[in-house]
Design a binder for this molecule. Structure first.
Ligand code: UDP
Length: 464
């Protein structure tokens, strides 16, 4: 059961494909009503045989404040889904041997249903071991900390992880009085209840963090962890619009284009869009930018509603499109990201540091500019830039605006594409490409096979 959002459905479906195609399972997705302009339905309909899906009835969020954090909105939706999930699981169990019930991070409130029915319950953790380690330590960190995390004078050091400043911890941890923080604490409590955690990362990416988690497994409340990544969506060419941007890439020199995209739901403020545009133009480098309408309230502004009536291009500086014609291509709303990253013309990726985007980037050897917006993206940025050296991180202005100014954008874009720091990041990223492909064929493949065998041995059926 993926929680709402394509960024959650895609990794879970890729995981399911491995179980279906490699290990002979069938998979049923329990999905939330399609709020993403039918992208979800189209995606599910395109899955091969062996997959079915059940759509939950609409679960309105009218009573949730419009500026509530994404964590709050997701948690509320999942809480409201529980009776429906119970119905679906019961009905499935009448006709099918249920091997496992798999949730993602926000699905924890539905776990009691799987427990009631005696179905093994697993979590697909769609981000890093470092973030998992943070969640497993969060109850203790919460107890031990009296101030806001961003006011901590020392960085937080998780076992085997690069130190993280308080302000780079989860977005939802930044205000301990906010509902979102309560949601994260609840998630941290829930993840201890699963039978196992399948982590979409791989041992060689985070060897020390993985080792520390494995070592802690025998402790009470520490589920087994399995490194099964990178599991990435191989992507399609994305119809006519996608084809247009790939054709444009065909005409660009190898490694020359900076791909700019903020994931499935990321948006910038009105002013930040303009600064980014001026900066890309001033860099003189080629770019392909997936552009969305601004959101001045929340950085996850497109998460629930990708397609509005508004034209995103109208928020760009006056004359920008004309001046950058030939050098830059603007793609409204959505691009076939994996195909773009796989294209020989793509030489850099300015990314919001969503975990899938990062995995996709180093599977294809594309170095990054880390531009985190929300969720655990700041931690991911720290890992990519400070920990692994695979990304450059632009500085926000010292004026307290939180903006990355045009001069900084231009400089970091030039540096990534042609500078010494960019060359190093490219080298590091290529090492990760190699390590990722070894994991897919080796350690992660073996870990998944072990889980599959365990599920087969424990599949249950009953008339409940
Ligand atoms: N994606 C895409 N085209 C876009 C934006 C996103 O194909 O224009 C895909 C991307 O390849 C990735 C997923 O959507 O697989 C986004 O997941 P990620 O974890 O990077 O970020 P999230 O959307 O969850 O913030």
């Amino acid at each position: 059961m993926p929680s709402p959002g394509m960024g959650h459905l895609m990794p879970l479906s890729e995981l399911a494909k491995l179980f279906v195609l490699r290990h002979g399972f069938t998979a049923t997705f329990i999905v939330f009503s399609d709020f993403s302009d039918h992208a979800q339905t189209a995606f599910l309909d395109s899955l091969p045989s062996g997959f079915t899906y059940v759509v939950l009835p609409p679960l309105p969020l009218d009573d949730v404040p419009p500026d509530a954090h994404i964590e709050t909105r997701l948690s509320v939706m999942v809480e409201r889904s529980v009776p429906h999930v119970r119905d679906v699981l019961r009905s499935l169990r009448r006709t099918t041997r249920l091997a496992a019930y798999v949730i993602d991070l926000f699905g924890g409130e539905t776990l009691p249903v799987a427990k009631e029915l005696g179905v093994p319950h697993y979590l697909l953790f769609t981000t890093s071991f470092m973030a998992l380690s943070l969640l497993l330590h969060l109850p203790a960190l919460d107890q031990a900390t009296s101030c806001e995390y961003r006011d901590l004078t020392e960085p937080v050091v998780l076992p085997g992880c690069v130190p993280v400043r308080g302000e780079d911890l989860l977005h939802a941890m930044q205000d301990r009085t906010d509902d979102a923080y309560r949601c994260v604490l609840n998630i941290a409590r829930r993840i201890r209840e699963v039978d196992g955690i399948l982590v979409n990362s791989f041992v060689d990416l985070e060897p020390a963090a993985y080792a520390a988690l494995k070592e802690a497994e025998p402790e009470v409340g520490r589920p087994n962890v399995h490194a099964i990544g990178p599991v990435i969506h191989r992507g399609s060419r994305g119809g006519a619009k996608g084809n247009e941007c790939l054709r444009w890439l065909d005409e660009q020199p190898p490694g020359s284009v900076l791909f700019v995209s903020f994931g499935s739901g990321g948006t910038l403020s009105t002013e930040q869009i303009k600064e980014l545009a001026w900066g890309l133009e001033a860099s003189g480098r080629r770019f392909l930018w997936v552009v969305r309408c601004p959101s001045d309230r929340v950085a996850s502004g497109a998460f629930f509603h990708l397609q509005g009536p508004d034209d995103p291009l109208r928020y760009l500086p006056e004359g920008f499109l004309e001046r950058t014609r030939g050098v830059g291509l603007m793609v409204p709303l959505w691009a076939p990201q994996v195909a773009v990253l796989a294209h020989a013309a793509t030489g850099g990726f300015l990314t919001h540091c969503g975990w899938n985007s990062l995995l996709e980037s180093f599977v294809h050897g594309v170095p990054m500019i880390a531009w985190p917006l929300y969720a655990e993206q700041h931690m991911n940025a720290v890992m990519m830039a400070d920990g692994l050296g695979a990304a450059l991180r632009p500085k926000t202005a010292a004026d307290g605006s939180g903006l990355v100014r045009r001069e900084e954008v231009a400089e970091v874009a030039r540096e990534l594409m042609e500078g010494e720091a960019g060359r190093k990041a490219r080298g590091k990223t290529r090492e990760l490409t190699q390590a990722a492909s070894q994991a897919v064929a080796g350690s992660s493949c073996k870990a998944l096979a072990e889980v599959a065998q365990f599920w087969k041995d424990n599949a249950s059926m009953g008339d409940v």
